[in-house]
Design a binder for this molecule. Structure first.
Ligand code: SF4
Length: 412
């Protein structure tokens, strides 16, 4: 079971109903905790939707070879297909000119079924920020956001449809979890964005997709196996992957400790981002329900161990909410708790909350944001306040959807 989805592991307390759901890879609904399972908040339409079509990147090498054999193709064709997908970013029949013309359509059907279809594309920041809404095979919707900066281009991707973590201030959390995404669905967001960059579809001319952040919809650790497979294929060199350095990949979590520890064991130099949002258990229990399973000490211990294992500074994401978690005492406690582990192991990203309409959680006052930041700096902690422009929306899990919506509303 080592390779199984972490969502489904090691829990004896899950109900038969949930166990059945959890056994089915694309579905989920259970995230393990130290005192039994954390029950993901499920969306109204969470139901068995069937599995997404299996695509090239969902298959192991042997599966690819076996599938090719079924189509009467020799083994070397698999490498050609990998070159098309990962190297040339192609999945269209017409592009496969080095494959037998008579079987090209069958090959595409077998290896590259359509997984994501663009519904809308919105552009902000003079064309350097592009948010795409995608429709999946079952009618589910997810988003990805491409952001071009002077020295890098970052794609923020989704790993689940909705999110089951239930944070009360978060737009995505309000949706609940519909299902996990497959590796193929996750990677298609990357392939399309890499192609847009290569083909000069983003303002600034042709370029290269350089960074990936798993900060779109969903809790990546709740879909561990598919996310890890995606990370490996994003970072492998063509034709095994897209060739984006693992150092330029960030995996976020709300604090699923087994996921953090498992990721540390993988030995990949990916950056970890922890959405902390509160410095004490009392407050975090209220803001982040997962804290009742893994408290702040367990989360910070795991984050610091991740830093030691990966030698990569951990990002601490902190959505600033007016009068809730943005006061001087919160900043002081946060600094104290982070400094407890030593110097220079974290980078804090306080992010002004983009409030969900009608919610009691609202954005901090600018002077409170600044004071929060100043206290961290005075305590020797590296911290950068994210702004709320559409061009700087890779802030925190779940904040993405709300922020981009806001950004595009004000841009249009
Ligand atoms: S804040 Fe993050 S973990 Fe919490 S519900 Fe929103 S997307 Fe999920």
């Amino acid at each position: 079971m080592e390779e199984e989805n972490i969502v489904t592991q090691d829990d004896k307390t899950i109900s038969a109903e949930h166990a059945t759901v959890a056994a089915d890879r694309p579905e989920s609904g259970i995230t393990p905790g130290d005192k039994g399972a954390f029950r993901d908040v499920l969306s109204k339409d969470h139901a068995r939707r069937g599995k997404p079509p299996v695509q090239f990147s969902d298959m192991g090498v042997d599966e690819r070879i076996a599938k090719a054999k079924e189509l009467g193709l020799p083994k070397f064709r698999v490498k050609q297909l990998a070159n098309h997908y990962f190297g040339r970013l192609e999945t269209e029949t017409d592009a496969f000119t080095d494959l037998p013309a008579a079987s090209r359509a069958d090959i595409v059907d077998a290896f590259f079924p359509s997984l994501i279809t663009e519904v809308t594309r919105q552009v902000a920041d003079q064309g350097t920020t592009i948010k795409t809404l995608w429709c999946l095979f079952d009618g589910s919707h997810i988003e990805s956001v491409l952001m071009r900066y002077p020295n890098r281009t970052t794609l923020c991707i989704s790993s689940q449809v909705g999110c089951g973590m239930g944070c009360p201030f978060c737009a995505t959390g309000k949706l609940g979890l519909t299902r996990n995404m497959s590796t193929g669905e996750i990677l298609e967001q990357v392939r399309v964005a890499a192609r847009m960059m290569r083909d000069g579809e983003v303002a600034g001319g042709p370029g290269r997709l350089s960074n990936i952040v798993f900060m779109g919809m969903g809790e990546p650790m709740g879909n561990y196996r598919a996310v890890l497979s995606a990370v490996r294929q994003i970072s492998a060199m063509p034709p095994e992957g897209f060739g984006i350095s693992a150092r330029n990949i960030t995996v976020s979590t709300v604090g699923v400790v087994p996921g953090i520890r498992k990721l540390a064991e993988e030995g990949l130099p990916v950056r970890l981002a922890v959405s902390l949002h509160a410095p004490s258990d009392e407050l975090r229990d209220e803001l982040v329900p997962m804290n009742r399973r893994f408290n702040t000490t367990q989360v910070l211990d795991a984050a610091h161990d991740y830093f030691l294992a990966s030698k990569r500074r951990v990002s601490i994401e902190y959505a600033l909410m007016r009068g809730i978690n943005d006061q001087a005492e919160h900043a002081r406690l946060l600094a104290k708790r982070l400094n407890h582990y030593g110097d220079d192991w974290v980078h804090v990203n306080p992010i002004p909350l983009n409030p969900v309409e009608g919610s009691r959680w609202t954005a901090s006052k600018p002077e409170d944001e600044q004071r929060f930041l100043d206290i961290l700096h005075r305590a020797g902690i590296t911290a950068t306040l994210r702004d709320t422009r559409g061009s700087d929306i890779d802030g925190a899990c779940g904040q993405l959807a709300a922020k981009t919506r806001e950004a595009f509303r004000s841009a249009s």
